[in-house]
Write a protein that binds this ligand. Structure first.
Ligand code: ADP
Ligand code: ZN
Length: 682
């Protein structure tokens, strides 16, 4: 293992093999560390370039990298991408014929591979670890590493076994990668994989090109709102996330009257899902209405809008879903619709899915350690509603309190189920609470998300384009000027905060509106407007009372608020109330957002010709068009019109692999366009 590689060596690989001009935040530190043999934990959001963090060191170190990945689609995608770059990559998983996997294993043994992708359950096949360990890999990468933690949202028992097998591959450094890991999950990953003094790289959560908007809309008005938002062509392609399969089907039918829309959810068969996904990737479909099942492993760069028509169940899921917008770096928007109804819906599901511990305990107490009882009989005895009984028994089993054989005979398990179950249901409640608070807060949305994922330094910076930072640019949220009475109250708030101390908003309300001059909710909204106007800071906080977390918030003057004259006009903008939204026809004025796809009229024919070439190539290879070349690359090619391979290599995004595969064809298209142009305009 080399003790260190010069930084130039890494940047050279970056440009020669990957065609990238510079590292993204965090990538270079991880690459250098792994190249010196150090373990690493990389927490970076989807699309931020995690793969490079193991791919580049693998090339720098030489030899073969073992990559463990839980999803066949992800593996296939990664292998295809690496091969496009001219690298030797193979994969072994259950979706391939046995001979193909055997051949891959032989190639590994003979040292012909730079990357071997494996599904985690492969390690349970006897002899596999010993076989692989005979030729030590240069590094082991574990993708989707949060799957190892039961605190993560996607726990996979197969991942648990990895820790037994990793020692066989040492001294290779182990690099664990994930897009979603709160602090608890991060520590869990490090501990369970036994990472040695890993470099922890947690960053990249800020997405500068996504304008986040959170808007309170009653459920009945959301459909119209979605339609209005998507009317402008520059807000499509779009992904709409909805809570249920029914919602997906219904909204897709509605939207399909206006745009080429389709539903996507786990209830559709695999072929159907693949077709929808393919059509969305190729641009044939502009709008996808999906349940959470959509998006794993897809990488469509030009999604302009992501809409949630209901409050998601966790910040992790929400962040991952909005992250599918604007992978190409161009301006995009993420709109979350919510209202009180969403809280009720979540509460309902929570009560249904997490019965009270005492209910679960009833079943546990009825069980015996020395004798099994049939599930049927147990249920009769318990006198619980069958649905509740099933859920409670399942929880008991998950947490080890019941042992159930294949014939569904039940025996008593460990008494430790209780703490484990309570821990898990608290965790779930906290996740929901955090999501609700996020939606209700008056603060920069992107800062709030970055803070949630543990990057406290970066959280200091406001994004400048969310509904808090830039209300005037909102698409779904409407604002109105403050009334005279509200303006007066705002002045009294400023006065009450003189002296600089932070005060809780509840106390302020009680003091300033003792006779109900303004209800609590409108008062809080007024404070929000004052925060948006830069007059006060609002801080969300919680205190504990009787074991419960009670959220509250405090207000404090900003410098600007402090120096304001007592009767200066405040120009406050308040959010329109949901009732006013409902039914009312709203006009959405087109906004002066930068047009992402602008191209000079004179260049259009060449751009079209390149797109036609790309489409033909994509069809021949049965790949989505952008996998051949991104729009951005086609645009650069159009503008710069390279005439030789050397020119071509100078274009950002056209790496040696790309040029090798497509260079000739592209130069031909450009040349023919040049001749056409010359003969048209002599
Ligand atoms: P993740 O695994 O984090 O979801 P990927 O590794 O698939 O993300 O990277 C997302 C996209 O970013 C890919 O298209 C990749 O080629 C691109 N990318 C990664 N690193 C860089 C870089 N340094 N400069 C430019 N593009 C990059
Ligand atoms: Zn902001």
């Amino acid at each position: 293992m080399p003790s260190s590689l010069p930084a130039e060596a890494l940047t050279r690989i970056l440009s020669e093999t990957f065609g990238f001009a510079e590292f993204r935040a965090g990538q270079d530190a991880v690459c250098s560390a792994v190249c010196t043999g150090r373990d690493a934990l990389v927490v970076m959001p989807t699309g931020s370039g995690k793969s490079l963090c193991y791919q580049l060191p693998a090339i720098a170190l030489g030899g073969t990298a073992l990559v463990i990945s839980p999803l066949i689609a992800l593996m296939e995608d990664q292998v295809a991408k690496l091969r496009e770059r001219g690298l030797h990559a193979e994969r072994i998983h259950s979706g391939r014929p046995r001979e193909a996997s055997r051949a891959a294993a032989m190639d590994y043994r003979d040292g012909k591979l730079q990357f071997l992708f494996l599904a985690p359950e492969r390690f349970s096949v006897p002899g596999v670890t010993a076989f692989l360990a005979r030729r030590k890999p240069c590094l082991v990468a574990i993708d989707e590493a949060h799957c190892i933690s039961q605190w993560g949202h996607d726990f996979r028992p197969d991942y648990r076994m990895l820790s037994q097998h990793l020692p066989a591959f040492r001294p290779a450094p182990v690099i664990a990668l994930t897009a979603t890991a709160t602090r608890v999950v991060q520590s869990d990953i490090v501990q369970q994989l036994a990472l040695e003094n890993p470099l922890r790289s947690i960053q990249g959560f800020r997405r500068k090109n996504i304008a986040i908007e959170v808007v309170e809309i009653p459920p009945a008005a959301r459909r119209d709102s979605v339609l209005e938002i998507l009317r402008s062509a520059d807000r499509r392609p779009a992904i709409i996330y909805v809570p249920t399969r029914n919602d997906a089907e219904e909204l897709a039918v509605d939207l399909n009257r206006h745009f080429r829309a389709d539903a996507y959810h786990a209830g559709l068969n695999a072929d159907h899902r693949q077709r929808v996904q393919r059509e969305f990737l190729s641009g044939e479909r502009e709008v996808i209405v999906a349940t959470i099942a959509f998006g794993m492993g897809i990488d469509k760069p030009d999604v302009r809008t992501v809409i949630h028509t209901a409050l998601p169940g966790s910040t992790e899921a929400y962040y991952q879903e909005i992250g599918r917008a604007g992978r190409d770096g161009l301006p995009s928007r993420a709109i979350l619709m919510h209202s009180y109804a969403d809280r009720h819906r979540h509460d309902f599901f929570f009560d249904r899915d997490y019965p009270e511990p005492d209910v679960v305990a009833e079943i546990f107490n009825a069980l015996r350690r020395d004798r099994a009882i049939s599930k049927e009989q147990l249920q009769k005895q318990s006198r619980l509603d069958p649905a509740i009984f099933d859920t409670a028994l399942e929880k008991l089993w998950i947490h080890g309190g019941a042992i159930i054989d294949p014939e569904e005979n039940v025996q008593r398990g460990t008494a430790e189920w209780r703490d484990s179950y309570i821990g898990q249901s608290r965790q779930r409640a906290v996740q929901l609470e955090q999501m609700l608070r996020y939606a209700a807060a008056d603060q920069c949305r992107m800062s709030a998300l970055v803070r949630y994922f543990g990057d406290h330094t970066d959280a200091q910076t406001h994004c400048g384009n969310c509904d808090f930072c830039a209300p005037q640019t909102c698409v779904a949220q409407q604002f109105r000027a403050a009334s005279i009475r509200e303006e007066k109250t705002a002045h009294r708030v400023l006065k009450a905060l003189q002296g600089g101390l932070a005060r809780s908003s509840g106390k302020l309300h009680a003091e300033l509106c003792p006779h109900g001059e303004l209800d609590r909710d409108p008062f809080e909204e007024l404070l929000g407007a004052m925060a948006r106007a830069g007059l006060i800071f609002l801080r969300e906080a919680v205190f504990e009372k009787d074991g419960k977390q009670i959220p509250y918030r405090t207000a404090q003057l900003t410098r600007e608020g402090e120096i304001l004259e007592p009767d200066e006009p405040l120009a406050l903008e308040l959010r329109e109330k949901p009732e006013r939204h409902a039914g009312k026809k709203r006009a959405y004025a087109p906004r002066a957002e930068t047009k992402p796809n602008e191209i000079d009229a004179a260049d259009q024919p060449l751009f079209d010709a390149l797109r036609a070439w790309r489409l033909a190539e994509a069809k021949a290879k049965n790949l989505p068009a952008f996998r051949i070349a991104s729009d951005a690359l086609l645009r650069s090619l159009t503008e710069d019109r390279p005439l030789s391979e050397d020119d071509l290599l100078m274009i950002r995004g056209a790496g040696p692999g790309f040029v090798k595969h497509y260079g000739n064809a592209i130069l031909k298209v450009i040349a023919s366009y040049e001749t056409a142009r010359v003969s048209e305009n002599p």
